[in-house]
Design a protein around this ligand. Structure first.
Ligand code: AKB
Length: 316
């Protein structure tokens, strides 16, 4: 029996992860933690919801005690592009929030999952087939906080035995909750714009390859890693995971197969482009495959079909 707290449950990943966790572990056993935006619809109605600001250790501890929480998914984060204009907020939420989770977890015996990101890579990282263990000198505040978060999580595991595990997410593509302020957001926006206007202005240039993943695989990764046999884990924080790698031309061509009149033009955002240029073109995720059986199910073709179908129905 698991009792789970999701911090950041109304965000892009949290909103879908919380519902999937409730399906697997029971509605009453998964608390939707939110800061200021109250969950709505199924998220609110299907299970408990509590105010939990990651930067408020007392709020985390109170909910952990009240619901006898044994696992915390800490998804509170400021994404890469926004983090550049709010570095202190990005750090306080990314690292202050994580420290709070880890301290509460140490006291109450919880496991903690705090996703890292391709943003943890940067200058000097080999960008093709980026190894699991390699140079990590990120050039964004988001990336700095992700590397620090990986180190902190490993430290709490080794020093205090807190069961910390996490993945390095690539760009996540979904059709439920929009991402906000990331560098990979274009790969979500392009589908909405294709359905609504049959055209899209891309903020990243042709040839900008980045790792990506469809949300069902992202959720599977988070849950499978927390369910994995700990004796098989040589790594903990964090595992490279990817499902596909493409540039704007390739995703646009895939969309055109379904919407022949779709047109893409470019208006490159220099800040986002610089960030994307410092991130892997494609990662090697063999450690995740060997150590806990990571095996993504969605490729670009299947994801595009599904995205256009679901968004099309919403806007019909
Ligand atoms: C971002 O673009 O900031 C995020 C990420 C890759 O972590 N989607």
């Amino acid at each position: 029996m698991k009792n789970i707290l999701v911090i950041g449950s109304v965000g892009q990943i949290g909103s879908e992860l919380t519902l999937e966790l409730r399906k697997r572990y029971g509605n009453g056993n998964v608390v939707a933690g939110y800061r200021s935006t109250l969950p709505t619809g199924e998220l609110l109605e299907s299970g408990p919801a509590e105010v939990v600001d990651a930067t408020n250790a007392q709020q985390i501890a109170d909910v952990v005690k009240k619901y006898k929480i044994d696992t915390i998914y800490n998804l509170a984060a400021i994404l890469s592009a926004v983090g550049e204009s709010k570095p202190q907020v990005a750090w306080n939420i990314g690292i202050g929030g994580l420290m709070n989770c880890l301290e509460v977890a140490r006291e109450y015996g919880c496991a903690v999952s705090t996703p890292s990101s391709i943003g943890a890579f940067g200058g000097g990282t080999p960008l093709d087939n980026t190894p699991q263990d390699t140079i990590m000198r990120p050039q964004t505040m988001y990336g700095v906080s992700k590397v620090a978060g990986e180190l902190l999580s490993d430290y709490y595991f080794k020093r205090f035995g807190v069961d910390t595990r996490s993945v390095r997410y690539p760009g996540i593509i979904s059709n439920v909750t929009l991402p906000g302020g990331g560098t990979t957001d274009y790969a979500v926006e392009i589908y909405y714009e294709a359905i609504k206007h049959k055209k899209f202005t891309c903020p990243l240039g042709a040839g900008t390859f980045l790792d990506m993943m469809y949300m069902p695989d992202a959720i599977e990764a988070a849950i499978d890693l927390m369910e994995a046999d700990p004796s098989k884990l040589k790594h903990r924080n964090s595992f490279n995971v990817t499902a596909m790698s493409f540039d704007p031309e390739i995703i646009a061509a895939e969309i055109k197969k379904h919407i022949p009149g779709f047109e893409m033009t470019y208006n490159v955002d220099p800040m986002k482009q610089a960030i994307a240029n410092s991130w892997p073109n494609s990662m090697d995720d063999s450690a995740a495959r060997h150590e806990w059986g990571w095996n993504p199910k969605w490729n670009l073709r299947a994801m595009t079909e599904d995205m256009l179908k679901v968004i099309g129905e919403k806007h019909a």
